[in-house]
Write a protein that binds this ligand. Structure first.
Ligand code: HEM
Length: 73
């Protein structure tokens, strides 16, 4: 699944926007608890896993890659 997303730049902003829209869709679907909270937490984790741009350092500069990830991946 990460490979399928690799051609697209997915950074913090993209992850957060995706999550925002997915959360809105799930709220609209009014899933019963605890399924709703469980899925939201799971989506948040996977959406971050789909990210293929390093987190920007404070101030917006990219200084270091994420721990354990090769630079630029
Ligand atoms: C829980 C997280 C996510 C899941 C489960 C997910 C799932 C999927 C699936 C199933 C596809 C279709 C793959 C295919 O056709 O082979 C897809 C495509 C795509 N996803 Fe995600 N995705 C996730 C997060 C994200 C995020 C954070 C972004 C960033 C905005 C994103 C952007 C895209 C794009 C651009 C495509 C390709 C659309 C196209 O080819 O027309 N996804 N995703």
């Amino acid at each position: 699944m990460r490979a399928r997303h690799a051609p697209f730049r997915i950074g913090i902003a993209e992850r957060d926007r995706w999550l925002e829209l997915m959360t809105a869709a799930m709220d609209e679907a009014a899933l019963p608890e605890p399924a709703g909270d469980f899925l939201k937490a799971l989506f948040a984790q996977i959406a971050d896993f789909m990210r293929n741009q390093a987190a920007p350092a404070a101030g917006g500069f990219r200084l270091n890659p994420l721990p354990g990830k090769p630079q630029g991946s």
